[in-house]
Design a protein around this ligand. Structure first.
Ligand SMILES: *[C@@H]1O[C@H](CO)[C@@H](O)[C@H](O)[C@H]1NC(C)=O
Length: 395
């Protein structure tokens, strides 16, 4: 009874937040909406462009029937807008400590979690946060291991002026309400832009290192991934949290892009070496508690670099630590599932063998979760999770 009431209360709050979000998006639809998804670049092909946030409109009785847009995922991470001002970046990069506007001081109090899940998110991406909360990112015990979750956010919208400030005040109120319901929002006072993801990285590392000092492992990723937490825990079962570990989709010998037109353009004055240090793709990687503390220290001494996962590679290099490639972290290279059920990638057996899959919409995440965990799950020919050996199509 009490639980039912609580659930109903939670459901109506969710509805309320969704409605408020819809209104805010509607009000902002003429603003500079990001139009492309974060490019993978660094020598990799960019993902297909995705439409900006969809606006909800009151149906007009006289108008022609509405044409629905294709259901493509919205950008999960902030996207670069226009050419990057390196001069400004270099001048501003000594300012690297911003206050925490929304904290979760109790996240790791009491029993320390075995796994802390940290997901990069944008204020407007409430829908994906909901999908993650209610599927793979659920808090509680998974195979006996205590799992906790936080979302990492900066302040949305870069425009100044009275109107910009009013919009930010609204967002702050919404996010505070969301934090009261779910207790999983971390919001810092820097602008949530693509080139500020490095700030998100260092602020999260120092927060986790001081607020969750006894956590065994941390998974950090994007909000558009599907994580098979069971497989992840199985992979971690043989690992010692007191030893160094950072595993994921490791990229070796990536060359800085010197073409001015690229969104990933890095002038030689900013990075002079021919290749980047080995780094794990920011879509999703896992690290041990020991590495968390060492990285938090190392990253606070490395100069800011505008590409967050390369920056983390620089911190690792400082520690003389090599990221460990894991074949089941597919943060790149798998075609996105679509609503077409005949696609191979929508086969739950395919997901059963992976740890991380990238590039999913909220609906994809829901669907995959229910196919994997629902009552109608089918028997797979190869139910064992991948533990060793490279992943192969149709294996
Ligand atoms: C990062 O955030 C700060 C503080 O909000 C802002 O002044 C700066 O312009 C942002 N930097 C980039 C590269 O977006």
């Amino acid at each position: 009874m009490g639980r039912r009431l609580r659930l109903r209360g939670e459901a109506s709050l969710t509805l309320l937040l969704s409605a408020a979000l819809g209104l805010l998006l509607y009000a902002q639809r003429d603003g500079a909406a990001p139009t492309t998804s974060a490019p993978e670049a660094r020598g990799r092909p960019a993902r297909a462009p995705t439409p900006g946030p969809r606006a909800f409109q009151v149906p007009d009785a006289e108008a022609a029937p509405p044409v629905y847009e294709e259901d493509k995922p919205e950008p999960p991470t902030p996207t670069p807008t226009g050419p990057f001002d390196f001069g400004r970046y270099l001048r501003a990069k000594d300012q690297r400590r911003f206050p925490l506007l929304i904290d979760q001081p109790h996240k790791c109090r009491g029993r320390p979690p075995h796994l802390l899940i940290a997901v990069k998110s944008l204020a407007a991406d409430f829908e994906r946060r909901q999908a993650v909360r209610q599927t793979w990112g659920a808090e509680g015990r998974v195979q006996g291991a205590l799992v906790r979750r936080v979302f990492l956010l900066g302040v949305p919208g870069a425009e100044g002026g009275a109107e910009g400030r009013a919009v930010q005040t609204h967002w702050l109120a919404l996010l505070r309400a969301e934090s009261r319901v779910y207790a999983d929002i971390l919001l810092w006072a820097f602008h949530d832009t693509f080139f500020n993801l490095t700030l998100k990285e260092i602020h999260f590392l120092s927060w986790a290192s001081s607020h969750c000092p006894e956590v065994s492992f941390v998974f950090k990723g994007d909000a558009d991934v599907f994580v098979h937490v069971g497989n992840l825990l199985e992979f971690l079962a043989s690992r010692d949290p007191g030893q160094d570990l950072l595993a994921g989709d490791v990229i070796l010998q990536a060359r800085p892009i010197r073409k001015r037109a690229s969104k990933y353009y890095i002038p030689e004055a900013v990075y002079g070496l021919p290749v980047y240090p080995a780094y794990a793709g920011g879509g999703g990687f896992v690290l041990s508690g020991a590495t968390l503390h060492r990285l938090a220290g190392a990253c606070s001494q490395v100069e800011l670099f505008p590409i967050d996962d390369v920056f983390l590679g620089m911190c690792l290099q400082r520690l003389r630590l090599t990221p460990e490639p894991h074949p089941a972290f597919r943060t790149f290279g798998i075609p996105q599932p679509s609503a077409a059920p005949n696609l191979r990638t929508f086969d739950p057996c395919f997901y059963r063998e992976l740890v991380v899959v990238h590039g999913l919409s909220a609906v994809d995440i829901w669907l995959m979760w229910h196919l994997l965990h629902g009552q109608h799950r089918q028997a797979c020919a190869h139910p064992q999770p991948v533990t060793a050996g490279p992943f192969q199509w149709g294996a």
